[in-house]
Design a protein around this ligand. Structure first.
Ligand code: C2E
Ligand code: MG
Ligand code: MG
Ligand code: MG
Length: 287
């Protein structure tokens, strides 16, 4: 055993780092087994269209029901799946499961699927999408893809071409968590997005003047670039009303519904529909 760093870093490696690494390796093995054991599940959270007064679609959010550790957040295991080389398989599983579920919904509802930047390195991403759409008979216009700004770390023609091809097929391409990452504004048009998701961190405290200013300029930007805009993380009626006042008409957040398993979606839709004669009507009436 040698100290490769040559700076004594090896000693710091023990024992805390070693057990962390061990834990991580165990989790990666668990992940591999989990795909086969069907421990993954998609939950769905509605997008609410305040202008049309309806649920316009759902975002698929991945859950890992670990036999011992219980529900694990995607924020924790997606990076692991990327490191373990499992993200491609897992991503295709999500795409296929989400699209086949959405195919049973009313034709006006969309399904939004998150893609990891690493999936754009897969040689078969577009072919996988084509195959899933053909197999599930879901219209391409009903599929939305969400990517984060980490995609810009790799400013290759390849990523650009894939995004263009997605658009050409009729998919909606959304910039998720907008304003929290690496993007320069030029990327928005260069990479041909057609939807911006305002990050929940800006929505959370709309009482702060700075956050209102950011939300307002993102909405303005989306209008100038002729892109759709949606805000995520709405938890209160006050936040909903503030966003409406700024002209953001599509929303998502616990205020409408937390992510739910597919069995619950008819109830989610019915409950939101009922609220159009109640608290939502009051707010929407003000627009
Ligand atoms: P995201 O795509 O930005 O999803 C929004 C996250 O905020 C979700 O967390 C959602 O449950 C949560 N959320 C929604 N409304 C509210 C709200 O009103 N208040 C608060 N505090 N949180 C809210 P989740 O499900 O834990 O997912 C975390 C992230 O993991 C996602 O962020 C996405 O980046 C990633 N992710 C989830 N599913 C997938 C997937 O299938 N594939 C990939 N590559 N990434 C995924
Ligand atoms: Mg998302
Ligand atoms: Mg987001
Ligand atoms: Mg996020």
């Amino acid at each position: 055993k040698e100290d490769r760093s040559g700076k004594g870093a090896y000693r710091m490696f023990e024992p805390a780092m070693r057990s962390k690494l061990k834990q991580r390796r165990e989790m990666e093995l668990d992940l591999k087994a989990a795909l086969d054991a069907e421990q993954f599940e998609l939950y769905y959270q509605p997008f609410v269209d305040m202008a049309e007064k309806r649920v316009s679609g759902f975002e698929a959010l991945l859950r890992w029901n670990h036999p011992e550790k219980g529900m694990i957040s995607p924020a924790d295991f997606i990076p692991l799946a990327e490191e373990a080389g499992l993200i491609e398989r897992l991503g295709v599983w999500c795409l296929e499961t989400a699209c086949s579920e959405a195919a049973s919904w009313p034709g006006s509802m969309t399904i939004s699927v998150n893609l990891s930047a690493m999936q754009f390195k897969s040689a078969t991403l577009l072919a996988d999408i084509d195959r899933v759409l053909a197999k599930t008979k879901l219209a391409a216009e009903r599929l939305q893809i969400e990517v984060t700004e980490s995609l810009f770390l790799d400013e290759s023609d390849r990523v650009l071409d894939i995004l263009k091809e997605m658009r050409r097929r009729g998919l909606t391409v959304s910039m998720d968590d907008f304003g929290t990452g690496y993007s320069s504004l030029g990327y928005l048009s260069k990479f041909s997005f057609n939807k911006i998701k305002i990050d929940q961190s800006f929505v959370r405290d709309m009482g702060r003047a700075e956050n209102i200013a950011i939300v307002r300029s993102v909405i303005g930007l989306s209008k100038s670039l002729k892109m759709q805009v949606i805000a995520e993380g709405i938890e209160t009626g006050e936040q909903m009303r503030a966003l409406l006042a700024e002209g953001c008409l599509e929303m998502q957040g616990y205020f409408f519904s937390t992510p739910q398993p597919k069995e619950e979606l008819p109830r989610v839709i019915a409950e939101i529909t009922k609220r159009w004669t109640g608290d939502l009507a009051v707010a929407a009436g003000a627009t």
